[in-house]
Every structure is written in C-alpha cells, then in structure tokens.
Write a protein that binds this ligand. Structure first.
Ligand SMILES: Nc1ncnc2c1ncn2[C@@H]1O[C@H](COP(=O)(O)OP(=O)(O)OP(=O)(O)O)[C@@H](O)[C@H]1O
Length: 687
C-alpha cells in the first residue's frame, strides 16, 4: 500500500516537473489556432444511447456520399455486406443441423453420414462469405479513395475561387481547416459505415438464429456484450481525454526536439550552451509524458478487468440458462451448441458496432464542416463572366475607394481617389501600415472596394470579367510564393499553361537543353540567369532545401526569380510591392532601371517602396497616411510643395549624406543605393 502511494506521489512529481518546464519555456499551453480543434470534444459528448440514436443518420449520410461518387461500387459493397449476413445466418443454421445430426441416436457412421449434407452447406456458406468479403473489400477499396478525391477536388476548386476577403476571415479560415479534415473524413466514413453495416448484419443474423433456437437467449446476448461495449467506450474516452490534455505538452516537447536538431538554431545551441538547457527540459517533459502513459495503462487495465468480470458473469448466467433449457427439454443439446456459436458471433458484432459508430460520429462533424465550407465558398466565389477586358484600359480611376479588414476598426484604405494612366510608373509611398499594399490589391482586383468605385476606362471593375482582369496583372509581391519547384517552373509559373498546351519534357529547360527563349530572356531581364547558372542542375534545380537535391536561395536571389516570373507573365499592369528589399545595392539600381524599361515598353507599373530615391523615376507619386491619400504629384512637384513627402525624402537623403545610414538596413528607411543617387542629385552612384 505504502509503495503504491510512493509510486503515485513520484509520478505526480514527475508530471508536475514536466509541466513546469512547459510553463517556463512556453508560458503555458501551446495551442494551435486550428480548425480541427472544433470537434475534438465531440465524441466525448456521445453516450452509449446517443451512439445508437445517431446510427441511421450517419450511415445514410455515408451511403449518399458514396452513391454520388460511384453508384456501382456502392451497390456492390451493399450487396456483398448483406450477402455476408445471409451466409453467416445460413452457416449458423447449417451448423445447428450438423450438431443435430451428430447428436442423434444411432451408430456413429450413420450419424456422420446424416450430418454430411449440412456440413457441406457450412463449407459452401463459409466459402461464399469469404468471396463476398473479398468482393466488398475490392469495391470499398475502389470507393474510399474516390470519395476522398472527389471531396478534395471539389473543395480545392471552390476555395481557389473564393474572394480574398473571405479567405482572410478568421472564422472561414478555421472552417476551411476543419473542412480539409472533412475530405479525409468522407473516406473514413465510408470505411466505418461498411464496418457498421457488417457488424449490424452479423448481429442481426446471430439474433435471428438465437430467437429461433430459444427467445430467452436474445436478451442474454446483449447482457454479455453491454459491459464490453461500456468498457470500450470508457477506455476510448479516457485515452482521448488524455491525448487532448497532453497534446500541448507533446507539442512543446516536439518543439524542443525540433530546435535541438534545426539548422537555424544550431549556432545558439552550440555557442550559447542552449543545447544542454533544452535537453534538461526535454528530459523532464518526456518523463512526465511517460508517467501519464503509465497512469493510463493502469486505468485501462482496471476498466478491462471490471468489464470482463461483468461480461463473464453474464456469460455464466447465459450458460446456466442454456443448461437449464437443455435439462428441462426446452431445447436440444445441438441447439445449445449452436447458441454458443451465435452468441460469440453476436457479441463481436455489437462490440464493433459501438466503436465504429463513435468514430463515424466524429468524422461526420468534420464532413458537416466540409459541406458548410463548400456552400460558403460558393456564396463568396469570384463571379464568373462579366464584361470582357480585351485590352488594358487607358485609364484606371479610383473614386472614393475604401476598404476595412474584417478584424479592424479603422479602414486600411480610406476614401482614396486617384487616376493611373496606361504606361505610367506610379509610386505608392507612405509609412508602414499606411495602406499601400491594400490599395494595390484593390487595383489588382484581389479585394473589392467596400465603398467607392474602381473604373477601368469608365467601367466599374465589379462588372468586368475578373479572370480577364487578372490576365492583365502581374504581381511582384512582398509575400511572393517560393514554389517548391524547379528554377524553370518557378519562372514559368508566372504564365501557367493549361493542360492542352502544358510543356512536355522537351520544352522544359534542362542543364544541357536550351531553355525556352522567353524563359531565358525573363531570367536575363531580372538578372536571375546568373543565379540559375550557379545552381547544381541549372534550370532543373529544385528550389527547396527540404528535399534531396533541393537548393535554398537567398532572399535577394528569390526576388530576382520573382521579378523574372513577373516579366515572363508579360502583363500590362505590373504591381511591384517592395521588389528590391532584399537586393544588394548594385542589383537594386539595376532592378529599378528594369522597371523603368517596363514602362518604356508601354506597361503600367505600380511601385510600392520605402526607398524614396527610386520613386523619383515615377511619373506620379501618391502619398498615403493612415489609409488616406495625402499628397500626389511628380517628384519635383512634391518636393516643391514641401509636404510630408519632401520631408521624408530629405530625411533619407540627409541620413545617407551624413554617413549615418545603416548599410543593409532591412527596413529600407535609408538605403545606400537610392540615397546615393539622391545625395548626388544626378542619379550617379558613389561607391
Ligand atoms: N490581411 C489583413 N488583415 C487585417 N489587417 C490587415 C491585413 N493586411 C493589412 N492589414 C492592416 O491594414 C493596414 C494597412 O496595411 P498595408 O499592408 O496595406 O500597409 P502598407 O502601407 O503596405 O504597409 P508596409 O509598408 O508595412 O508594407 C495596416 O494597419 C495593417 O495592419
């Protein structure tokens, strides 16, 4: 007794120490803000009675889903499962005949001969059951991935067309995450439902046989099974609760393990001695997890003992009743043997049923989220069709355009009116958070104005065919995508081609093969060719270090790739949002010269930058402050007016001229290259 208490205290101490480690490092739990958490408690709420109440609804939902995807395969599964129930029941009844024959009066050879036809029937039904099971496995195996793929493709197709505004809505984001579990749930539900139907049918077969043998045996079947089902539900709940309670702890532990191995933290792990410190906490946390696993195992053992004892008592009672029935001539010896077999079949079926229904219920909640996400995605889809945009407009005019993000009170863009003419370089400047990126996204058609209008040659862009509108836009965004593809694909994706004209292997540039001229010239334009030349497999190098043979590019090298991507897109409107923030001084100057070139070719450029020296090349500069347009004009006009722009510009120029500029300053408040030109006042670069 004393040693048990000591063990318990020790475990409690270990657990407390592990949790304290988590508190010290992470300040508490480490909970993902993720949609899957929506239903983690769901199956805990489901009692044994609720479980059976949910049954018809759940099975019906899966059947509908499966039938929609592959009607034939669904029919085959249903028929095969039903067939197995029938052959199972038939097999039990034939077994009864075998036993009757064997237990009959007369010489043994005669009794065996009499039992032979029934024995053959048992063998035939056994074979049939096996064949039907194989058939069901094949059809369900075909059905499940199909159902999942259909659900996945439907969701992805819809989500790819959802308006950005909706996509950024926190609730929708969580719903989507949960919905993505729903696609997997759709497959699992089919599997579970097959299991449920199978369990139900074998239970029904056993019940029918028992009722035929003697009606009193039927309730006894349930008496044996219920404690087992209760034990299974209790164990599953306890394990689930423990998993949920420890999930954050395990995540903290995984974080530590990750940082101990990670390249990014390797320097501090070594030089600052962080490795020893983290390992100490890792050990404490791991020990706490092990103590919990031990507690769980002990609790499960107790439950199993209890449910087995109850079930054993019920079995004893059943066999006593069977014996009494035989002794009093209510049933034959053979029938009681069959009853034993039927009870074994039935108890297995009921046990399986309880766990399968619980799992199906939880999956069905994710499936409901999936269905809801599909409906919402449709409701907020970018409309198809509209006025075609055959040519880029001569003028884009914004009239009192406003936009407020869902979780913000103040507008990011506040009643902005401005005009952009074809072929102009337009610079958007302003402090961090002044609304430049949001305004550019509004012009690109990614957001819809909540007030005001954007007119493309007089037509409200809400009436335009949005796909057409997008076709005229190329983005060099701050948050560009580093596609985990080859260098060639990373540029070519600027103008993705449809399945009909997608590049074959011959089109794709290899290290030896000559790449598509358009790709090469886009790379040359952005000076990405020098980056690609140095890659181990040239154009075919995978740009993702997480994979074998993959390579990591620096921030500046990526920016060149992205510039090349936009050039390859060859769109009439180029939106360049901080396109040079990671470039070195020389490349930055070259990049701005290239942007100027774009305008010379007739392309319209919207340039967002903090480097005011580069805005001097803009035809028109728009200054934003807290979402409002505060100044506009050319560089000389704005300098002459002596407003906020002139002040910012002079500050940057002076900082560099004084030699106080921090070289490589990430925020770009004062950039050597741009400021050089500013300070010299003649565009020359002093280095
Ligand atoms: N997706 C978003 N959800 C909510 N608020 C946002 C979102 N994007 C931007 N904001 C907010 O809107 C305001 C304008 O942001 P925006 O990115 O347009 O400014 P910016 O001038 O481009 O800033 P920076 O110079 O830092 O890139 C800021 O207050 C920002 O915090």
């Amino acid at each position: 007794m004393g040693s048990r208490k000591r063990r318990r205290d020790q475990a409690a101490e270990t657990i407390a120490a592990g949790i304290a480690s988590g508190e010290e490092l992470f300040g508490g739990s480490l909970e993902y803000d993720h949609g899957y958490r929506r239903h983690i408690e769901a199956h805990l709420e489901l009692s044994l009675v609720d479980t059976f109440r949910q049954l018809p609804r759940l099975v019906a939902r899966s059947v509908r889903l499966a039938a929609r995807t592959d009607r034939n395969a669904t029919l085959v599964v249903a028929a095969a499962e039903l067939g197995q129930g029938l052959t199972g029941a038939f097999s039990l009844l034939a077994t009864n005949e075998v036993l009757v024959g064997l237990f009959a009066q007369g010489p043994t050879p005669d009794r065996v001969r009499n039992a032979l036809p029934a024995l053959i029937a048992v063998a035939v039904s056994g074979t049939l059951t096996a064949l039907l099971r194989a058939l069901s496995t094949i059809a369900a195996g075909r059905l499940e991935p199909k159902v999942e793929r259909a659900a996945e493709v439907t969701l992805m197709t819809k989500v790819a067309r959802v308006e950005m505004e909706k996509l950024e809505d926190g609730d929708f984001k969580r719903l989507l995450q949960s919905a993505s579990w729903g696609t997997d749930a759709s497959r699992q539900m089919v599997g579970y439902s097959v299991g449920i139907v199978n369990a139900l049918i074998s239970l029904a077969a056993a019940s029918v046989v028992l009722t035929v043998l003697h009606p009193v045996l039927l309730p006894l079947l349930f008496l044996i099974t219920l404690p087992q089902a209760w034990g299974a539900v209790r164990d599953a709940r306890r394990r689930y609760r423990s998993t949920q309670a420890w999930i954050d702890h395990n995540r903290q532990q995984a974080e530590l393990a990750w940082h101990l191995r990670d390249r990014e933290s390797a320097q501090e792990v070594r030089v600052h001695g962080v490795g020893r410190y983290l390992l100490h906490h890792y050990r404490r946390m791991a020990a706490a997890g092990e103590a919990e696993a031990g507690r769980l195992a002990r609790a499960e053992a107790v439950t199993d003992l209890g449910s087995s004892a109850l079930s054993g008592l019920a079995s004893l009672l059943t066999y006593l009743v069977l014996g009494w029935l035989v002794l009093n001539g209510h049933t034959g010896l053979a029938a009681s043997g069959t009853a034993v077999l039927a009870i074994r079949t039935g108890t297995g079926g009921l046990g399986r049923l309880v766990t399968q229904v619980q799992m199906t219920y939880r999956q069905s909640l994710y499936l409901a989220d999936y269905e809801r996400a599909c409906v919402l995605a449709d409701e907020h889809a970018i409309p198809e069709g509209g006025v075609p945009v055959e040519r880029f407009p001569d003028e884009i005019a914004l009239e009192e355009v406003s936009y407020t993000y869902a979780d913000r009170e103040k507008p990011a863009v506040d009643a902005v009116s401005l005009t952009i003419r074809r072929g102009q370089i337009v610079a958007l400047v302003g402090e961090n958070g002044s609304g430049k990126t949001t305004l550019a996204k509004l012009i690109a058609g990614l957001y819809r104005p909540q007030a005001g209008r954007i007119l493309w040659d007089g037509t409200d862009d809400g009436r335009l065919d949005r796909d057409d509108l997008f076709r005229h836009v190329a983005l060099v965004s701050q948050s560009f995508t580093e596609w985990p593809f080859t260098a060639a694909a990373n540029i070519a994706i600027g103008r993705p081609r449809g399945p009909a004209d997608s590049p074959g292997p011959a089109d794709l540039p290899g290290p030896a093969a000559a790449p598509q001229p358009a790709l090469v010239s886009a790379a040359e334009y952005a000076e990405a060719d020098a980056v690609i030349d140095e890659l181990p497999k040239g154009w075919r190098t995978l740009l993702d270090r997480s994979y074998v043979g993959g390579v990591a590019l620096s921030g500046g090298q990526w920016q060149r790739m992205v510039l090349a991507r936009a050039r390859f897109r060859d769109a009439a409107l180029v939106i360049a949002d901080e396109p040079t923030s990671a470039l070195d001084a020389r490349s930055e100057i070259a990049a701005f010269a290239k942007i100027r070139e774009l305008a010379d070719r007739g392309q319209t450029v919207i340039l967002i930058t903090h480097r005011l020296a580069s805005t001097r090349l803009a035809d028109r500069i728009f200054v934003l402050d807290h979402g409002r347009l505060t100044e506009q004009g050319s560089h000389p006009e704005l300098m002459a007016s002596g407003g906020g722009y002139a002040e910012m510009y002079t500050m940057q120029a002076a900082q560099y001229a004084d030699g106080k500029g921090s070289k490589g300053d990430k925020d770009g408040a004062a950039r050597p290259a741009g400021a050089d030109r500013a300070a010299n006042g003649d565009g020359r670069v002093s280095r």
